[in-house]
Design a protein around this ligand. Structure first.
Ligand SMILES: [Zn+2]
Length: 413
C-alpha cells in the first residue's frame, strides 16, 4: 500500500520514468506493440514522436487485447457509457485500484476533507467509475462514507439530515437539483453541509455560485475520466485557480487538436495524457478531447503538482457557427457576469432556408428590465456572433441527474 503524502510529488515527470512506462505498456499490450510497429516507431523514442491513442481505438479494440497484463492479474473492469456504439472498457490490477484510492484520498485532502467528515456519495455506482472511486478515496482517508448513489432526491435529503452529512460528491447537474430543492423547502439551516466535490461535466461559474449560495458549501472541481482510472486524478486546491494534476501518476500535454502540435501554457488545447504506472490499461498520448490549458507557474498554495485550467469543454462539443467556433463555456462566462441571469442555458444551432446558421441561446433569468438586451450584447461580444436570445423564467430548463446537454445542433451537416 502506498502512503498518503498530499504535498509530495514531482512537478514534472522524470523522463526515464516516462520512457520506462511506455516500454512496459508496449511490452505487455499486443495492440500497442502492433500499433508502434505499424507506425515504425520504437517505444524508447521521445514522447513527442510517439503516436496518439484515440477514444475510438480504446472502444473498438477488445480490452484484453489492449491490456498490458494477463487477464488473471485484472481484478476489476469499469465501463463508460457509449453514446455512440460500443462502451469503453477499462481494466484495473490490484495496484491500479490502490493507486486510484491514494490519488482520490489526495483529492479529499486538497478539499480540506478529513477523517472526521461524513461524505455522501450521490454519484453512479456499478460499471461507472465515480461511486467506487469516491468511496475508496474517502475510506482511505478514514472519513465516514454514505454511498447513496445518484437520484432519489428525497432519500438524499433524508440521509443528509439523519447522518449529518458534511461533504458530498455529485455531478454539477445533480448538485444544482439538490441545492434548488433545499432552497424550496428551506432546509439549509438543518443541514451540516460544508464542502462539495463536483465533477464529470463542464460547469460554469454561475452554476457554481448558485450551488454554493443555496447550500452554503465550498465547491471543489474534481477531474477524471474512465480511461484515466476515473474521477480523482486531479482537483482544485483552496485557491480555486486551476486543477492540480497528479503528475507522479500521469503526464499531461496540451495540443492543438487540428495541427496536433503542443501549445504554450495559457493556450487552450486538447488534454493528452500518458500514464506512468497504470498497469492493466495504460495510456500513451491519449487524446481525452477535454479542452484546457497548462499553467506556467507553480501554485501559490505550495503544491508541487502542476495545474491545468478548469475544463473549457470538449473538442467534440465545440460547434462552428458561420465559421466561428462556439463553445458552451463562453455562455457560462457571460452568465456569471450579468446581474439577473440564471445559471442554466441551452444553445440551439439551426440553418435557415438560405443556408445561414442561426444561434439561439435560451437562458434562465429573473426577468428584470433590460436583462435580455444586456445578455444579447455581452453574448455577441464574447462569441463574436449575433445571437437570438430566448429569456425564460428560472427553473424552466430541464435539470438532469447526470450530465446536462447544453448544445443542440439541429443542422443536417
Ligand atoms: Zn494550489
Amino acid at each position: 500500500m502506498t502512503t498518503l503524502e498530499p504535498l509530495a510529488g514531482p512537478s514534472r515527470p522524470d523522463a526515464a520514468a516516462l520512457q520506462a512506462a511506455v516500454e512496459r505498456a508496449c511490452a505487455g499490450s499486443a495492440f500497442l506493440r502492433a500499433k508502434f510497429a505499424a507506425a515504425g516507431v520504437r517505444p524508447d523514442e521521445d514522447l513527442a514522436r510517439l503516436p496518439f491513442t484515440t477514444k475510438q481505438e480504446i472502444r473498438e479494440i477488445p480490452f484484453l487485447e489492449y491490456a498490458a497484463v494477463p487477464a488473471e492479474r485484472i481484478v476489476r473492469i469499469h465501463s463508460s457509457s457509449g453514446t455512440t456504439g460500443r462502451r469503453t472498457i477499462c481494466a484495473y490490477t490490484a495496484r491500479d485500484i490502490d493507486d486510484w484510492a491514494e490519488m482520490f484520498a489526495r483529492c479529499y485532502t486538497y478539499a480540506g476533507v478529513t477523517a472526521r467528515d461524513r461524505v455522501q456519495l450521490m454519484v453512479g455506482y456499478g460499471l461507472w467509475t465515480a461511486g467506487v472511486g469516491f468511496q475508496a478515496g474517502a475510506e482511505r482517508l478514514g472519513a465516514m462514507t454514505v454511498p447513496t448513489g445518484p437520484g432519489n432526491t428525497e432519500m438524499q435529503l433524508e440521509m443528509m439530515r439523519e447522518v449529518g452529512t458534511t461533504v458530498f460528491g455529485a455531478t454539477s447537474s445533480f448538485a444544482l437539483l439538490i441545492a434548488e430543492l433545499v432552497e424550496q423547502r428551506g432546509l439549509c439551516a438543518e443541514l451540516a453541509l460544508r464542502t462539495a466535490l463536483v465533477g464529470s461535466e463542464r460547469w460554469g461559474d454561475a452554476t457554481r455560485a448558485r450551488i454554493e449560495a443555496l447550500l452554503g458549501v465550498e465547491t471543489f472541481d474534481i477531474y477524471g475520466m474512465t480511461e484515466l482510472w476515473g474521477p480523482g486524478t486531479g482537483i482544485e486546491c483552496e485557491r480555486h485557480d486551476g486543477i492540480h494534476i497528479w503528475s507522479d501518476h500521469y503526464h499531461v500535454e496540451i495540443i492543438d487538436p487540428e495541427t496536433l502540435q503542443p501549445v504554450p501554457p495559457g493556450t487552450v488545447g486538447e488534454v493528452v495524457v500518458t500514464t506512468l504506472a497504470k498497469e492493466a490499461t495504460p495510456l500513451i498520448r491519449y487524446r481525452t478531447r477535454d479542452l484546457s490549458y497548462l499553467y506556467a507557474d507553480p501554485c501559490p498554495c505550495g503544491s508541487p503538482y502542476p495545474r491545468i485550467g478548469r475544463i473549457q469543454g470538449r473538442s467534440d462539443d465545440q460547434v462552428k457557427v458561420r465559421g466561428v467556433i462556439f463553445l458552451p463555456a463562453q455562455v457560462d462566462v457571460v452568465l456569471a457576469e450579468v446581474d439577473g441571469a440564471g445559471s442554466e442555458f441551452q444553445a440551439h444551432v439551426e440553418r435557415d432556408g438560405n443556408g445561414r446558421d442561426l444561434l439561439t441561446v435560451r437562458v434562465e433569468g429573473d426577468g428584470r428590465p433590460g436583462l435580455a438586451e444586456a445578455l444579447r450584447r455581452r453574448l455577441r461580444e464574447k462569441i463574436g456572433l449575433s445571437v437570438d436570445l430566448d429569456l425564460v423564467a428560472e427553473g424552466t430548463l430541464p435539470r438532469s441527474e447526470r450530465k446536462t446537454q447544453r448544445v443542440f445542433d439541429h443542422r443536417d451537416l
